[in-house]
Design a protein. Structure first.
Length: 172
């Protein structure tokens, strides 16, 4: 099923601001109050593999890199923006155009003018490396704890490469 694109309304972003946003390494999107993407910067192609032109005009729930369940959660969060004024960063998995699964951190906030919301901003960044590093640190900590618990007669030494080595040598 191909999502139906809606025509973007009047430009929300002046040229100078657009130039600034286009240069950001973070994915920046501007949505109208109905949730239709009016603008996506070029970072979307690097992070998700989709050219901004492929996404402008889509409702945010039809974005190809989020699952249907995630889209439903975003719809609920989007509805709450009037009262909470900002969605704190959330970490979710996304699927790139090439099929690779990545982790992204997303923040959404309304843009107000004269006391009314006229657009939403979304800022998203790839945090895959950070998540993988945290997972590896947890595994390493668990491994060290197992060594400490089961091998009380071993002495741990730090090798030159920064790796822990177990040895039974003990010099007094």
């Amino acid at each position: 099923m191909c999502p139906v694109k809606k025509k973007a309304s009047t430009p929300l972003i002046p040229d100078l601001v657009r130039t600034y946003l286009d240069g950001s390494p973070d994915c920046i999107s501007i949505l109208n109050p109905e949730g239709i993407l009016e603008y996506c910067n070029p970072a979307h192609e690097k992070v998700f593999g989709y050219w901004p032109g492929d996404m402008v005009g889509l409702h945010f729930s039809d974005l190809p890199f989020f699952t249907r369940e995630q889209a439903e959660n975003f719809i609920n969060l989007f509805a709450e923006l009037n009262s909470i004024k900002r969605i704190d960063p959330i970490e979710v998995q996304a699927i790139r155009k090439d099929g690779e699964t990545i982790w992204v951190e997303t923040t959404v906030a309304p843009i107000e003018k004269d006391g009314r919301i006229f657009a939403m901003q979304s800022i998203c960044r790839d945090i895959t490396e950070r998540v993988q590093t945290a997972e590896q640190l947890k595994k390493n900590a668990a491994n060290i704890e197992q060594i400490r618990f089961f091998c009380t007669d071993l002495i741990l030494k730090m090798a030159r490469a920064g790796l822990l080595c177990a040895t039974k040598e003990y010099q007094r």
